[in-house]
Ligand binder design. Sequence first.
Ligand code: GLU
Length: 412
Amino acid sequence: MQAFEATKMYFSRAADQLQLPEEIRTLLLTSRREVRVQVSIETDQGDLATYIGYRVQHDNARGPMKGGLRFHPDVDLDEVRSLAALMTWKTAVVNIPYGGAKGGINIDPHQLSTKELERITRKFVDQIHDVFGPRTDIPAPDMGTNAEVMAWIRNQWEKYHGFNPACVTGKPVEHYGAKGREEATGRGVGILACKLLSRLGRRPGETTVAIQGFGNVGSHAAKFLAEADFTIVAISDVSGAYYDPAGLDVARCLHYIIDHNGALDGFADADHISNEELLELDVDVLIPAAIGGVISSENVDRIQASIILEAANGPIHPTADRSLEGRGVAVLPDILANAGGVTVSYFEWVQNLQHYEWSLDRVRQELDRVLSNAFEQVWRMSQDQGISLRTAAYMLAIERVHRANLLAGLAG
Ligand code: GLU
């Protein structure tokens, strides 16, 4: 199933529940604008390389569009379109004043030098600078991009439009980035895991966790959860998964990746298993924090966790989701579970617009407040109506976006 088809299925389940008319569904599913540009650069060897860059702007009824920029070889229009729509629902469910967008370039950042990545990023900005900015659409990091890439984006955009650091978020702290932005997505996953666990009447000290992916999101989630007394039994990256049923020493794992260029390869303090085996471990909580589509009809019957937090975007296929729901597995959907990142992006934008810097404590407190409110609303709706957390989150989000569109007179 294509990525956008999957997003559409989740949307439709909630839209059915809301009894949304067909023409409103079409309006809400159609992107405002889809940009596809050529990105040609000279490689370090002096050859010419041409890539395709995308920016899909899904909806702006609730505010400027917002969403990351992804560098990954699988990037295509369908995937970016699906991720842009997810951003609309994500910003709506946590109730921050944004719409949704997403961008991407079909490159493998690991195969390119830093100079080549910089040339690609700047060329992409040259092509699309007039369709994004602080009041229209604000990019941010996503898979394969980081604070350094955001600094290039800001610098290139400002060449055309003048000083305005609010044109992009997730920047380095030295470049008007928010303190706590880098940890925000993983920290948010941790905060929400604690909320969900407490609602389910369970205790962190008696809870085992497996995390697929130990990049920015997975590693910060592991750190937060270990500090909150959860037992992290498995983590993974592209080199495979590392498992210790008695619990991993997360601080040690974090030091290991710092000393090994961000990779777990060669980590010897645990059993080496595959990424697929990690998903199927007998744990209480499973956190897919890597790529999309990792839980499908192929492996869903072997998933043993009773709680899943979607730290990645779209890790569960809709068919697998149905079967997890049928088995009573509590799934906290991506549009809420990983919304900590865009929430702190919002705080960064606010600080940039006001030329005023917040302390790390303030960022963390506000993040906790925004995510806790959203969680309670979603939880209550799911309990009241006897529906999954995903359908409840989508319903809340769709309702907000629908109303904003109606009030703007766009569908009137
Ligand atoms: N790429 C992140 C996401 O999928 C963050 C987006 C942002 O900060 O705007 O939510």
